[in-house]
Write a protein that binds this ligand. Structure first.
Ligand SMILES: *Cc1c(COP(=O)(O)O)cnc(C)c1O
Length: 368
């Protein structure tokens, strides 16, 4: 089965094979792997050793996103969130339910947000100290200009919390050039092509220390993850981690480096997304985004206006042809959501486009 979803993604056999072992989290050999992964991630993030630290957290991306918001935004403090997609909405809910005051900035979900969108809202309300935002909006496929917004925030003396879950490893955001960024978060199962199960925050050590004690949750306190590492070592773990997923992630990082790191992975995903976008247009379907707003991670496509079309039936027909796409959408208009990420090559994507065409014919003919 070819998984064309925005995570957990298709993985390579070597990554899956690394799971086939029993592991004790406190074993010294494993702790060395864990500590090494943390160092490697600071490198991928373009961070500075001694300034930035990797703070892993068990669970899905939402857990580490919530932890980042709780740790770096004080209870009752205002945080601005550019609202232009499903994951921005999720961030807003996480922050609100944690008792942070969310200021929503409504923006269209068909183009990325820029500093020109954000800064007037900050000027209008000087009590807002932090912007929390999604880098690649996985709901639609747009890319928010995290680098430009980050630079503007730095100039304005504001802080940034970045959800880079579906961008990390592919869309560069070099932390060493972004002192305004308290933390970015991502997960093991997206662009680095590991197994799902663990979230990672890459945070400024000084800020994590300055923010100690305000998370209001022990398990979701990234300052405590840092304090524990400083006390007990970078290979130590507070609570039982998904050890097999971590072992597999080390192999996934090897493969990432062997491929050529960020530029190479981005080029492969971009090629996948281009083939998909062109293929969709070739089949007479309409992409949700104009080409200039289309990112390399996810391509959303308008569902055919044909009344015979049904998303579930189509997804099943495509699955019978060996290709799996999301069976739900979260854009304003009804769409289909197709991932360009994971251990997928341009040839795979060409096969997928052909399968989409025949599955579509099948569904529309059968319903006729
Ligand atoms: C996948 C994703 C998340 C986290 O999703 P989980 O299902 O909790 O792992 C958060 N933000 C973005 C932008 C994502 O793509």
């Amino acid at each position: 089965m070819l998984l064309l979803i925005p995570g957990p993604v298709q993985t390579r056999p070597e990554v899956k094979a690394a799971m086939a072992q029993d592991i004790a989290p406190w074993d010294r050999d494993f702790q060395a792997v864990y500590a090494r992964i943390r160092d490697r991630i600071v490198g991928v993030a373009g961070g500075t050793p001694g300034v930035h630290a990797t703070l892993p957290l068990q669970g899905a991306g939402h857990f580490v996103s919530e932890a980042a918001l709780r740790t770096f935004v004080a209870p009752g403090a205002k945080v601005l969130i550019p609202m232009n997609g499903a994951y921005a909405q999720r961030m807003a809910r996480l922050a609100r339910e944690a008792g942070r005051v969310v200021v929503e900035l409504k923006l269209p979900d068909t183009r990325g947000a820029t500093a020109a969108d954000i800064m007037p809202a900050l000027e209008a309300d000087p009590a807002i100290g932090t912007v929390a935002m999604v880098f690649n909006e996985t709901g639609s496929g747009i890319v928010n200009d995290a680098n430009g917004i980050g630079r503007a925030l730095h100039a304005a003396g504001k802080r940034l919390v970045l959800d880079a879950v579906s961008a990390f490893g592919v869309l560069p955001f070099p932390l060493a050039e972004h002192p305004e960024c308290d933390v970015l978060v991502f997960t093991s199962g997206k662009c680095l092509e590991g197994m799902p199960g663990i979230g990672f925050a890459v945070a400024r050590i000084d800020r994590a220390e300055a923010c100690a004690g305000q998370a209001g949750s022990w398990s979701l306190d990234l300052s405590d993850v840092l304090a524990h590492a400083k006390r007990s070592g970078w290979g130590s773990i507070r609570f039982t981690p998904p050890v097999q997923a971590i072992a597999a992630f080390d192999v996934a990082l090897d493969l990432y480096e062997a491929e050529g790191g960020q530029p190479a992975r981005r080029a492969r995903y971009q090629a996948n997304a281009d083939i998909l976008y062109d293929g969709i247009v070739g089949l007479g379907l309409t992409p949700y985004l104009a080409r200039e707003h289309q990112g390399p991670v996810i391509v959303t496509v308008h569902q055919p206006a044909d009344p015979r079309f049904d998303l579930m039936t189509f997804v099943d027909a495509l699955k019978r042809r060996g290709v799996l796409i999301s069976n739900f959408y979260n854009t304003a208009a009804p769409t289909m959501r197709i991932g360009a990420i994971g251990a997928i090559t341009p040839d795979d994507m060409r096969r997928a486009v052909a399968a989409i065409g025949t599955a579509l014919d099948d569904v529309l003919a059968k319903a006729a």
